[in-house]
Design a protein around this ligand. Sequence first.
Ligand code: ARG
Length: 442
Amino acid sequence: MKLWGGRFKGDTDKLMEDFNSSISFDMRLFKYDVEGSIAHAKGLNKAGVLKDDETKLIVDGLNEILKETETEFIPDDEDVHTYVERLLTEKIGDVGKKLHTGRSRNDQVATDVRLYLRDVINEIESGIEILIDTLKRKADEYKNAIMPGYTHLQRAQPVTFGHHMMAYVEMFKRDLSRLNDMVKRVNIMPLGSGALAGTSYNIDRMYVAKLLGFDDITKNSLDAVSDRDFVIEFLSFSSILMMHLSRFCEEIVLWSSKEFDFIELDDRYSTGSSMMPQKKNPDAAELIRGKTGRVYGDLMTLLTVMKGLPLAYNKDMQEDKEALFDAIDTLKMSIAVFNGMVKTMKVKSDNMANAAKYGYMNATDFADYLVSKGIPFRKAHEITGKVVLYAIDKNCAIEELSIKDLKSFCDVIDVDVYKAIDLRNSIKNKKTIGSPKLFDEE
Ligand code: ARG
């Protein structure tokens, strides 16, 4: 069915009809379209446009439709708004045709998407909270597990696996804060803006907004129907969150290689090779890393769709939904899989501790030791560099050099140096807020 046609003489080309139709994807908004319609009917009633009995017929009809309709089935209508209006009219007769008074699909679709996104935000919020909880548990379990910390992917200074996990907790907390901040811009009602210039019916928009749980109403009708900032904002948030997941996944891929051997993924989150029988691949991590590109693409889609649009509504904007829905589906799946993967992975803390022993990661502590004995840092840095070079040459660690050898580089060095450059002490000695820590286990 179509909601228009009066001014046309001829039929729409079949191909054009398919091209124009959005029902194959906007059926996802069904529930929200019905809820928005119920509130709109009540608003029309309060404005004196619909009589009480008409309003009751419409509201009851819509409630029944909500209960009975199978949304898996894709009907032949142009879009979900058309479909809901047709179902209503079939159910209650001509009164149903009054529902669209003072409303356009332009303010309607903007309202539906906001209602939908509001629910999605709640779901994603709990997904991230679960993830943070998983990471905190892992961090706590391995709070004293020493591992190499890296810069430039070169062993740099010792940290703990707990500290490493908590770094991601910080990222996901920022994601949560972005998500929560967004709600105040998403939860605003465009309904009542009409096609672009409002409506001459005296609808109490604040009353309708309250019925739908919106915090506020939009203030400019042109902006209201042509604004998709809130979708772009959600896609930006999604891109950043995916980037965080992807960075972690990159580490998972590295860590699960024989070269690192820091973790082993559970069988539930790995797959094999069709040809090489020995393979156990970190596909879950790779897929999340790959799907990050897809979500960036969704963001790019919408930024590009919007960049040249004159006010107000343009049909280009129908393209917002598939990009948004794709990002939402990808995000939800990625968060859930990631959570399971991290929760079940086996951490090989002995291998990490072992890796931390090599790579001269206590060189900075050695230099700091010299500073504690009165040597200026720049000088201490140079002496330490020479010590490291010497140790590399002897193919041993700094702590494996004899006190006599060490003293030959600088006579302030004493046997207490060994304590100062011990990896555990290196972490224990860190004093600034935000540094890695070791926790007493006694
Ligand atoms: N399916 C359209 C969309 O998703 C609904 C709005 C259509 N408005 C119109 N005037 N054709 O954007």
